[in-house]
Write a protein that binds this ligand. Structure first.
Ligand code: GDP
Ligand code: IMO
Ligand code: MG
Length: 431
């Protein structure tokens, strides 16, 4: 298999960063294809922690090309800071190792401001619980055909025209929200000041990827967020503003869908969610607290406490279908060590009827009562296990039951945050 897409198969934070970093040793090019710096991907290598938001998780490995594709929305000021932070950790980042698609839309300061103002103004029940990073407003401008894109930074008259187009919309919106009009001259000056830093990485990514592919390079596509946050297939409107599922890897970089050989879904051995929205298997008891404490479930980007619950096989079966997942990487199995009993959601009861999928209508979602199957837990530690033989029988049974319920095999198993505490079952890159 030459090209592998990695997607989150729940509500994000499944451990994509760790798995992408691990798989990067087998790839030549690592590409982000959607989302922005709302993502928080954590890598732990020999005890050193790297937190990546906009940069692809392959960036820490030398000799690889990291790519930010056009499907991403990019905050240039954030990126420059993140590059500095990661460089300070000893990672080399140069125009030879990082490339940004010229047609990538920019996140401007007005997008973050609007995102936060809307969240503040929203009544309880209407708040999304966004990361406040301007992701939604930046994507709105993209489809509204008023983005400033990376290529526009190279030419002053174009830049001014693009800014004017955006401000015609934003100033009207801001008036309604009681915000000051945008200082046009200051925004243009800010963009001009950052343009050199960004343009050194700008390239026609679609062309480079197609050429690299023909030359035999292996490409790893790194998803952000998770399929249940997908703008079409997620728990709308409590979603992010991009398509997150595997099909987006093609439109978010400019390779054809036929170039995707394997889709790896990243799946946490239980469920978490940050922000608002439905979560049928959420726990509000000591088990939930214990999952959060053992799993250190605090957001990488916002530091918010993540909501925790049992594994929901209905939802993962659904997301494996919408992304065409060929195999999963099951992460954080070690967090379940010591639970006497474990529950898996295997269906929903809706008004006395058994459902094997989450309905789309919000009122029906709210009335879905999870149907659980109980399994025996294990007392032994699985932390740091590096082979199947190191796992207790009950843990293997739990993993096998998940495979059966979601209809998809485990390709990788992760047993700690450390890069090498990973069990390989099927190599997604193997022919
Ligand atoms: P991502 O957004 O999908 O990349 O995931 P995050 O990095 O936001 O959150 C996953 C967290 O779990 C990080 O702190 C990882 O270091 C950690 N992690 C990843 N895999 C494992 C695992 O198998 N076991 C444990 N205990 N932690 C893990
Ligand atoms: P990674 O890549 C978990 C959630 C936010 C909020 C909703 C919309 O680390 O898995 P946004 O700022 O995108 O408009 O917020 O989506 N969200 C994430 N939750 N992990 C993420 O990324 C997320 N990115 C966005 O909490 O509920
Ligand atoms: Mg994360």
């Amino acid at each position: 298999m030459a090209n592998v897409v990695v997607v989150g198969a729940q509500w994000g934070d499944e451990g994509k960063g760790k798995i992408v970093d691990w798989l990067s040793s087998r790839a030549d090019v690592i590409c982000r294809f959607q989302g922005g710096h709302n993502a928080g991907h954590t890598l732990v290598i020999d005890g050193v922690v790297y937190k990546l938001h906009a940069l692809p998780s392959g960036v820490v490995r030398s000799g690889k090309l990291s790519v930010i594709g056009n499907g991403v929305v990019l905050d240039p000021w954030h990126l420059v800071k993140e590059i500095e932070t990661i460089r300070a950790q000893g990672v080399e980042i140069t125009p030879e190792t990082l490339m940004i698609a010229e047609n990538t839309p920019l996140i401007l300061p007005i997008h973050g401001e609007l995102d936060r103002a809307r969240e503040e103004a929203a009544s309880k029940g209407a708040k999304i619980g966004t990361t406040g990073r301007g992701i939604g407003p930046a994507y709105e401008d993209k489809v509204g055909r008023r983005s400033v894109r990376v290529a526009d930074l190279a030419d002053r008259p174009t830049l001014e025209a693009r800014v004017d187009r955006a401000l015609a919309h934003h100033d009207a919106l801001r008036r309604g929200l009681g915000l000051e009009p945008v200082d046009r001259a200051a925004l243009i000056a800010q963009l001009e000041a950052i343009s050199g830093e960004i343009l050194q990485y700008a390239a026609p990514v679609w062309k480079v990827l197609n050429e690299r592919r023909r030359a035999g390079s292996r490409i790893l596509f790194e998803g952000a967020q998770g399929a249940l946050l997908d703008v079409d297939f997620g728990t709308y409107p409590f979603v992010t503003s991009s398509n997150v599922i595997a099909g987006q890897a093609a439109t978010g970089t400019g390779i054809g869908p036929g170039a995707i050989d394997f889709v790896l879904g990243i799946v946490k051995a239980y469920t978490t969610r940050v922000g608002e929205g439905p979560f049928p298997s959420e726990l509000h008891d000591a088990d939930g607290e214990r999952l959060g404490a053992r799993g250190h479930e605090f957001g990488t980007t916002t530091g918010r406490k993540r909501r925790c619950g049992w594994f929901d096989a209905v939802l993962v079966r659904q997301t494996c279908a919408t992304s065409g997942v060929n195999g999963i990487a099951l992460t954080k199995l070690d967090v379940l060590d010591g639970f006497e009993r474990l529950k898996i959601c295997v269906g929903y009861d809706l008004d006395g009827q058994r459902l094997d999928y989450l309905p789309t209508a919000a009122d029906q979602q709210a009335r879905c009562v999870p149907v659980y199957e109980e399994m025996e837990g294990w007392a032994e530690s699985t932390e740091g296990a590096r082979s199947w033989a190191d796992l207790p029988g009950a843990a293997i049974k739990y993993v096998r039951r998940i495979e059966e319920l979601i209809g998809c095999p485990v390709a990788l198993l992760s047993t700690s945050p450390e890069r090498d505490d990973t069990i390989l079952v099927t190599d997604p890159f193997a022919d």
